[in-house]
Design a protein around this ligand. Structure first.
Ligand code: BGC
Length: 420
């Protein structure tokens, strides 16, 4: 508590100094915050940020845009920036941060970063995401792991199944669930959700080197390889494991199908854990978290807030306050406990985190050393918007038609080449 009070005092003093330096009147730190955190667990997490901001004198203007994965929000952001009225803080990620910085749309947080020692508390991996030309233009809130299977333990027990360690075991378990009248895979047919499943399969079947060659280096031979054909073969199997009502379903509704035991599994990042936790469910008892089969892989996703160019002093003060709070140790703990993710900041105690989060923390270190850590394509970390769009289009088209794996692979290579 003493530490927290001290931190708040430092933050308030810093904000006042910056404000008084800029104008002789006391500004009210204000931030219009554009985000897409509208599900149960997400809303709890964003509320924690809002409350922290308000407790420190900030005025929060909430601007949520429903739609998992952020594709709906991206359209709103573009039109706000084009009309010359950007929100102060926006939840964006990866190359998208770089693209907005390149366009000159982002403010510079470097001075604040220096004062608060961000270089010492942020892992280099995340610094690369939130810095542009060596300047801080965004602040990371978390690290989400994408490659998880969420399992209903009762459904598993009912069919005498075991958590799968290979994709063959996954298929065997899915077949057993199906035979027992349980939907094997809870899924929402939206392009970003299809791509989420696809990238876990690609990592599992091809490995990290294959993944990076295909989606980061955009190597045509890898994109057209037999391994990629096998990835689409597995996607075809997955299509057989979803129920008839899957098109358009939101990801959190798919998570509730697993909670209710209507479905046995869901493949989704650990924001799904935020839903289980918000519903009062306990890991290890009411649900299991198992990494999707791969050779020690880890697919990383990280949410950040980028601060867009604003001119008014209240908004500038709001951006400084918000950025400072986001990287605070206490906030990183509170927020990530709700969100299902792990802290972006190093050195936050793991004590309050559950077994899934601790596994994510450990696996992140191990995979990083082993070279099996990759950035998410579906969640905009590893690929530009254009490449991500090409992957989403082809994966979704394949999933929703009888396109062969060979045709999908040819289409993928072609679309990625056009997107480059
Ligand atoms: C974001 C998460 C969010 C999820 C569902 C992901 O891309 O990183 O923060 O909870 O999409 O909307």
């Amino acid at each position: 508590m003493k530490k927290l009070t001290h931190k708040l005092a430092v933050t308030t003093a810093l904000v006042s100094t910056l404000i008084l330096g800029a104008a002789n009147v006391q500004a009210q730190p204000t931030a219009e915050v554009l985000h897409y955190w509208t599900s149960g667990g997400e809303a709890k997490a964003v509320k924690a940020l809002k409350e922290d901001f308000e407790a420190n004198g900030g005025k929060w203007v909430d601007a949520p845009v429903a739609g998992g994965g952020g594709d709906a929000q991206a359209a709103v952001l573009r039109s706000r920036v084009l009309s010359g009225n950007p929100p102060a803080a926006v939840q964006i990620k990866g190359p998208n941060i770089q693209e907005w910085a390149e366009a000159g749309a982002l403010g510079d947080l470097t001075q604040l970063g220096k004062q608060e020692g961000w270089d010492n508390v942020l892992p280099p991996l995340l610094q690369d995401i939130v810095k542009h030309d060596g300047k801080y233009v965004a602040v990371p809130v978390n690290i989400h792991r994408v490659d998880w299977i969420w399992i209903n333990p009762e459904a598993l027990e009912k069919v005498g199944g075991k958590p799968p360690r290979t994709w063959d075991e996954f298929n065997t378990l899915a077949d057993k669930l199906q035979a027992a009248g349980i939907i094997p895979l809870a899924h929402g047919g939206q392009p970003w959700q299809d791509a989420t499943v696809f990238e876990t399969v690609a990592l599992g079947i091809g490995g990290a080197e294959f993944f990076n060659k295909a989606f980061v280096e955009l190597d045509a031979d890898t994109l057209k390889s037999d391994t990629m054909v096998k990835v689409f073969d597995q996607m075809r199997k997955m299509r057989g494991y979803v129920d008839a009502d899957f098109p358009g379903r939101d990801w959190n509704l798919a998570t509730s199908m697993v909670m209710r035991g209507e479905a046995g599994m869901q493949i989704m990042g650990d924001w799904a854990k935020g839903e289980f936790i918000a519903a009062g469910k306990k890991p290890g008892k009411d649900f299991l978290c198992i990494p999707t089969p791969s050779n020690g892989g880890y697919i990383l996703n990280s949410d950040s807030f980028a601060m867009f160019n604003v001119t008014n002093e209240d908004d500038k003060a709001g951006q400084t306050l918000l950025a400072s709070l986001i990287l605070g140790e206490k906030f990183q703990e509170t927020f990530n406990l709700f969100k299902g993710s792990i802290p972006a900041r190093m050195g936050v105690s793991p004590d309050k985190f559950d077994e899934c989060a601790v596994k994510s923390m450990v696996d992140l270190q191990v995979s990083s050393k082993a070279g099996s850590l990759v950035g998410s394509v579906a969640h905009e970390i590893a690929a530009s918007g254009a490449v991500r769009g090409a992957v989403l289009d082809v994966v979704t088209e394949h999933f929703n038609s009888d396109m062969t794996s060979e045709a999908a692979v040819a289409r993928l290579a072609e679309s990625i080449e056009l997107a480059e």
